[in-house]
Ligand binder design. Structure first.
Ligand SMILES: [Zn+2]
Length: 218
């Protein structure tokens, strides 16, 4: 299982840190005990003007003995590309008149990659819409207007932005970009290929903790 933590800087600085990357202490998602370091592994990261291996720390719970990959919110689980590129590519697909191929060219990714993102995004868009709406309401306590007649994919993107803006208004700029926010609230599974929904109740519920921002929203 992956735990997504807020990384405050750029992909290139994460690359430069190598195996020295500092991850804030994390709690076990099952029993809330603090996790202890449990090695790590290399994975690839593709970001604008960069394709490099990055070090992903692992940590283990001494009580449940389960280990977890500690992924920075620069990425999604099992996706090569930076979440920023994935999110902006999908937003472009949703809001521009362009086809997949020119958008893929614009973001410098293979068209098959963009198509794969799009397919997963479509699969989860209704759940994403529900999850982001619930989060946006929890953050401020007022309803969210979802435009009638808009496709669920577009509505999901719109409500993600609403939830993100509300989180920034409440907790400040430390929330990061809409796309790293998207990674955190989905537990890194926003484009997951699992049969269970990444947007199931509780997924990414600890999206703020244990960052210095003060823990999860009440
Ligand atoms: Zn545990």
């Amino acid at each position: 299982m992956a735990i997504i933590w807020p990384y405050p800087s750029s992909p290139s600085s994460y690359v430069s840190a190598g195996q020295q990357v500092v991850v804030p202490p994390q709690r076990c998602p099952a029993c809330q005990r603090w996790l202890v370091g449990w090695g790590g592994y290399w994975r690839w990261l593709r970001a604008p003007l960069l394709i490099e291996r990055i070090w992903i720390r692992r940590a283990r719970c001494s009580a449940c003995r389960r280990s977890h990959a500690l992924l920075p919110d620069l990425v999604l689980v099992r996706r090569l590309d930076a979440v920023e590129v994935i999110g902006r590519g999908l937003a472009s697909k949703l809001t521009s008149e362009l086809g997949l191929r020119p958008i893929a060219e614009q973001f410098d990714v293979p068209p098959t990659t963009l198509r794969a993102w799009w397919q997963r995004f479509r699969v989860w868009s209704s759940r994403m819409l529900a999850q982001c709406t619930a989060l946006a309401v929890a953050l401020v306590g007022t309803a969210v207007d979802v435009s009638v007649g808009v496709a669920p994919e577009r509505a999901a993107l719109d409500v993600l932005r609403v939830a993100w803006r509300r989180a920034v208004a409440r907790f400040g700029e430390g929330i990061g970009s809409p796309w790293s926010f998207w990674s955190r609230i989905s537990g890194g599974q926003a484009l997951g290929t699992h049969t269970t929904s990444p947007w199931a109740p509780g997924a990414g519920a600890d999206w703020m903790a244990p960052s210095p921002l003060g823990g999860p929203a009440p």
